[in-house]
Ligand binder design. Structure first.
Ligand code: GNR
Ligand code: NI
Length: 171
């Protein structure tokens, strides 16, 4: 297993839509293992494959709060099949936009269909942090970032800041 470098804003890779996964091959299993390694190292509660530069519809999530207890969840080709009318606001962050946070309003609960690591179709209904996180990750699979849900003023400001930092790092 390998910790892979994270793709950081404003890298255009983050704007790519990811491709559906076909059969669960050894390559996919290695990708999932590397995603967990990278996510736990960061640390983050979720990761989409595109954040390590792989445009495949694979998401890892662990929202367990207790220290030392892991609850590793994998979502392959996840789709939201139902969203609650009720909304909730959460102060979101993203490993691809380090140290920036913003309040995003999303449906409170969602029902998600996906394939598990054995390729079996599954459905879950999620609330709380898992609901927020899975919606954030599915956005990544479509090239959407949480800052796209903020005002244009806030979004443009953060993109500008990260573009400057990237330029500085390249120099
Ligand atoms: O680690 C993460 N924390 C987080 C907090 C609130 C809402 C969403 C997230 S996901 C984020 C990791 C990440 O960037 N996943 O794409
Ligand atoms: Ni993110």
């Amino acid at each position: 297993m390998t910790i892979r470098p994270l793709v950081i804003l404003p890298d255009p890779v983050l704007r790519r839509a990811s491709d559906p996964v076909g059969p669960i091959t050894a390559e996919i299993r290695t990708l999932v293992a590397d995603m967990f390694e990278t996510m736990y190292d960061a640390p983050g509660v979720g990761l989409a494959a595109i954040q390590i530069g792989v445009a495949k519809r694979v998401v890892t999530i662990d929202t367990s709060k207790e220290e030392g207890v892991r609850d590793a969840k994998v979502f392959i080709n996840p789709e939201i099949i139902w969203s609650s009318e009720e909304m909730r606001v959460y102060d979101e962050g993203c490993l691809s936009i380090p140290e920036y946070y913003g309040e995003v309003e999303r449906p409170d609960r969602v029902r998600v269909r996906f394939r598990d690591i054995d390729g079996n179709e599954q459905e879950i209904e999620a609330g709380g942090l898992l609901s927020t996180c899975i919606q954030h990750e599915i956005d990544h699979l479509n090239g959407v970032l949480f800052i796209d849900h903020l005002s244009k003023l806030k979004r443009d400001r953060v993109i500008k800041k990260f573009a400057k930092a990237a330029k500085r790092d390249a120099a």
